[in-house]
Design a protein around this ligand. Structure first.
Ligand code: C5P
Length: 235
């Protein structure tokens, strides 16, 4: 595409289309971690994340979760419904890892006896701080009904994905979701990929996600490829 993106994020570019209700998302190979402090590229990440996200959006759509995907346009491009993004990131956790393990002092890999849902204010300048529904209400980030809908979808998505991945010998440790409003309705947006989820091999515990990049574990592209292979059978 030669057109200038209307928005450029760390891993994706977003372009306007002729249809005012739709946008084109282009998946890049760029990878960042620790809010942009660590930068690099992961070979073919854009192609892999486009395919993996598409697969998950379709799976979730079949199970009644409304999402923004309209259709895949190329290896790296996805046509989506235009959303007014709700600036709240919803994280769901089944196993303590990452920032939660640090915050509550649990060793990584310890099972959480009940699912944890967290809300973060999507603001790079503030490093995406943890917030709760009182902050959301006071800051006017979303209505209480929208928060309830996001949490309800997040828990249902956790059930659907955890069960599906278990059959593929992948453990869903945690993941992040973003939602937006389209024609008054809350839709799932952004992506669902090894950039935004933690996937561990159920038998070996091997990490098959962006932690391989964050923690310099090597074989990053291979890990993303392995996730695609397990979920779709595609090489
Ligand atoms: O870093 P933390 O442990 O809080 O991340 C929880 C989950 O949310 C991980 O799967 C991580 O990949 C994802 N995440 C994300 N984007 C962020 C923060 C976290 O995709 N800005």
């Amino acid at each position: 595409m030669t057109q200038k993106p209307m928005y450029e994020g760390k891993a994706k570019q977003v372009f306007a289309t002729d249809n005012p209700d739709e946008l084109m998302v282009y998946f890049k190979d760029d990878a960042t971690a620790f809010n942009g402090e660590k930068r690099g590229t992961i070979g073919n990440k854009g192609v892999l994340n486009n395919k993996i996200s598409t697969f998950f959006f379709n799976l979730l759509g079949e199970k009644g979760i409304p999402h923004h995907l309209v259709k895949v346009v190329s290896d790296r491009e996805m046509l989506v419904k235009k959303l007014a993004i709700i600036p709240v990131e919803v994280v769901v956790r089944n196993i303590a890892a990452g920032s939660l393990a640090k915050r509550i002092g649990w060793e990584e890999g310890r099972k959480l006896p009940s699912t944890v849902v967290e809300l973060y204010y999507k603001d790079d300048a503030l490093n995406d701080p943890l917030i709760n529904d009182y902050h959301i209400k006071a800051m006017g980030l979303a209505t209480p009904e929208q928060v309830e809908t996001m949490e309800k979808y997040a828990l249902k998505i956790n059930e659907i994905l955890s069960a599906f991945l278990k059959d593929k010998k992948l453990e869903l440790i945690d993941f992040k979701l973003e939602f937006g409003i389209h024609k008054g309705e809350v839709l799932l947006g952004d992506e669902i990929s090894p950039d935004t989820c933690r996937f561990w091999d159920s038998e070996t515990g091997q990490k098959l996600d962006k932690d391989r990049f964050r923690r310099d574990l090597g074989n990053v592209e291979e890990a993303y490829q392995e996730v695609l292979r397990r979920i779709t059978g595609q090489a």
